[in-house]
Design a protein around this ligand. Structure first.
Ligand code: DGL
Length: 300
């Protein structure tokens, strides 16, 4: 039976969900987290619903049995679209948070009424997303662009040295991720704040936050990016509070860092079904977490 001291499970097809974990850690620094990247089977976006649903169920089962998680954040739009309803019915007692492209919040910020949405093919062609778009169709003009290969290229880019920030403008198009961003953004039409231009871009895949600088160089400074990390963190916190499962931080003497008892499980465990070196690089680059948090696992 999970307790308040149990970890929160978070999973994605790969390293993209680390963007959600970053928001969860910022909102709930006292919680323990176990993150699973299914990198051996990424990307999910072009795999088809049955495959993604089977992986989602296997991973949920694994996190419940091996880590006694007290809540699950499906930090993957593609897995949410393919399987969240079924996960909910198989684990009715588990507080569960899924992700979907934040098109409703985009409506609240667009001034031109033209909104771009990027995501995986799996997410954007799903029945769930189709229903959402149908319910909002008369409220804005949406341009929806599946970005085949982009999440996979982001996974691969983790192994490459990080480009210096000042070179990113000039470098867009010269890297694999930059070339893909350029192809898809150009295919969508004009971005900007003038009438008829898209002034809002919904990042409908958790991987894409890690190429935000490349997207920014392409769409210009006036376009607003909408992502889901912070609202998901708030929703997770609400569900845990409602279930009386929020972790109460241990008392520490004033001015001293919280004590970590020797041999205790670290507050963040990062697991991957793929190469651990990739997860280590991503954890270091995006979350400033040490390699000692990372471990490779098998989830058949
Ligand atoms: N990061 C995932 C999402 O939010 C999936 C990327 C992929 O594996 O294709 O949809």
């Amino acid at each position: 039976m999970p307790q308040a001291s149990s970890p929160i499970g978070v999973f994605d097809s790969g390293v993209g969900g680390l963007s959600v974990l970053r928001a969860l850690l910022a909102a709930m620094p006292h919680e323990r987290f176990v993150y699973l990247a299914d990198s051996a089977n990424a990307p999910y976006g072009e795999r088809g619903d049955a495959y993604v649903a089977a992986r989602t169920h296997a991973i949920t089962q694994y996190l419940c049995e091996q880590h006694q998680i007290k809540a699950l954040v499906v930090a993957c739009n593609t897995a949410t679209a393919a399987a969240i309803h079924e996960v909910r019915s198989r684990h009715p007692a588990l507080p569960l948070v899924g992700l979907e492209p934040a098109v409703k919040p985009a409506l609240a910020v667009t001034k031109t009424g033209h909104v771009g949405v990027i995501g995986t093919r799996g997410t954007l062609t799903s029945a769930k997303f189709g229903k959402l778009m149908a319910s909002l169709a008369d409220q804005a003009h949406f341009v929806v662009q599946p970005c085949d290969g982009l999440a996979h290229a982001i996974e691969r880019s983790v192994a490459q040295p990080e480009p210096p920030p000042e070179s990113t403008g000039a470098a867009v198009g010269s890297t694999e991720t930059g070339a893909l961003c350029q192809r898809y953004i150009e295919a969508m039409g004009p971005f900007g704040t003038a009438p008829g231009q898209m002034d809002t871009l919904v990042l409908g895949c958790t991987h894409y936050i890690f190429v935000a600088h490349e997207l920014r160089a392409l769409v210009g400074p006036g376009v607003q990016f909408i992502e889901t990390g912070e609202p998901v963190a708030r929703q997770t916190q609400r569900l845990l509070a409602a279930a009386d499962l929020l972790r109460v931080p241990a008392e520490t003497p004033p001015g001293q860092p919280p004590a970590q008892p020797p041999g205790a499980t670290p507050p963040v465990q990062l697991l991957t079904t793929g190469p651990v070196t990739m997860l280590e690089a991503a954890a270091q680059r995006w979350l400033d977490l040490p390699a000692s948090c990372c471990q490779s696992v098998q989830v058949p």
